[in-house]
Write a protein that binds this ligand. Structure first.
Ligand code: ADP
Ligand code: MG
Length: 369
């Protein structure tokens, strides 16, 4: 998706991919096969680039620092990536900057989990400090037994854990914001992210929150972008509790919560990221329609290929389908569908119908939003 945006601006991408059948490697002509966790691969790759950027955080942080010291331009910088890849560093940095975060503590032994549960009241949440995504690396602990079980499965793995208060959240939202090296920012409209089992299922814009809460979310995104000095796109995930907001986590790159911007905003997050890291003027982040709904296509249990439902999904001319070219596996994010409409109810229903044609009905999240 970044490549699509790069093509229009004649920006030439070079891609570091682990495997030739990685989704991006299927479309970017200039591919280097290597590992983002190998310092040697990163160095060889960066040698030919004007600017190095990221589409995930699973990169060797020490190697990034060395690249920067050797004069390579990294956007976001190694320091920003170091925070984005570490949930404990995020909590610490944002708390120090005065942003509201759930109560948290680092876990060095099971006694820390138990003390935190006693202190906050159960349930509590435990999280892998690094490497988690789509709810992998997030556990709800209902009491001491669960804490012991989790600890016994992690004590010897070298995975660092963080404990945090379980938040009785009403909804989850995200704010995408682009920032140029000089500090100029462009925030998008607040998006509601509908999650189930720790995985984002739907994106709904505008989020159904009062204008004052939306304004507060926008202000937090500006503060967060400053606090981590991001260059490029930042996605700020927030919990909504009544009319209060708590920071969940960030991603310092184009993010799933911004996939709606491809058709739903004047400038997509992918183009905006390129413009920001190249220090080019930012595009308008404004909405392109009154309402935008995006449904993530999660692989069906029967392993079907979403392409088998493509012509049926396309019978609704408003439906915009994005398939990532990944091999289908149950629960894997295989693509997404976006619909722009006059109302959120209509956009959501048409996107949901198309998603059902592509991967079956399991993506549907019940309930009024
Ligand atoms: N402290 C919490 N209280 C309640 N729910 C939480 C909490 N932390 C995470 N969750 C739920 O788990 C989901 C995934 O957690 P998150 O930290 O964002 O991990 P990931 O890196 O997998 O996205 C969140 O979107 C939210 O639905
Ligand atoms: Mg998350």
């Amino acid at each position: 998706m970044t490549h699509q945006a790069a093509t229009a601006l004649d920006v030439r991408l070079r891609l570091l991919a682990e495997r030739p059948d990685d989704a991006a490697a299927l479309v970017v002509p200039d591919v280097v096969i290597g590992s983002p966790r190998s310092a040697a691969d990163l160095e060889a790759f960066a040698a030919g680039c004007d600017v190095v950027t990221f589409d995930h955080e699973l990169v060797d942080g020490a190697a990034l620092e060395r690249l920067e010291r050797a004069g390579h331009r990294l956007h976001p910088t190694a320091a920003t990536v170091a925070i984005a890849q570490d949930k404990l560093a995020q909590r610490t940095r944002f708390a120090a900057a005065g942003l509201p975060v759930p109560a948290f503590r680092a876990v060095r032994g099971v006694e820390d989990l138990l003390a935190f549960g006693d202190d906050q009241g159960w349930p509590i949440m435990a999280k892998a400090v690094r490497g988690g995504y789509d709810g992998r690396g997030v556990w709800r602990l209902d009491g001491e037994r669960a804490a012991f079980d989790l600890w016994s499965s992690f004590a010897h793995t070298g995975v660092d854990l963080l404990a945090e208060a379980h938040v009785p959240l009403d909804r989850e939202i995200a704010v995408l914001i682009a920032r140029r090296p000089g500090g100029e920012v462009a925030p998008y409209a607040v998006v509601e992210t509908v999650q189930r089992d720790g995985i984002c299922r739907e994106l709904l814009v505008p989020a159904a929150i009062p204008p004052a809460v939306a304004a507060a979310a926008g202000a937090l995104a500006r503060q967060a972008a400053e606090a981590v000095a991001v260059v490029g796109l930042l996605a700020l995930e927030l919990f909504v509790v009544g009319d209060r907001l708590l920071v969940n986590e960030i991603a310092a790159r184009p993010h799933n919560s911004g996939h709606w911007t491809i058709e739903g905003a004047v400038t997509s997050q992918f183009e905006q990221h390129l413009r920001a890291i190249l220090d080019w003027p930012l595009g308008a982040p404004d909405l392109a329609a009154p309402a935008v709904a995006t449904v993530n296509l999660l692989g069906a249990a029967d392993g079907r290929d979403p392409r088998s439902g493509l012509t049926l999904a396309l019978t609704d001319p408003a439906v915009r389908v994005h398939l990532y070219g990944k091999s289908p596996r149950p629960g894997r994010k295989l693509g997404h569908v976006t619909v722009l409409a006059g109302s959120l109810a209509e956009a959501r229903s048409r996107a949901g119908t198309a998603a059902t044609h592509l991967v079956g009905g399991h993506h549907v999240v019940q309930g009024e939003r």
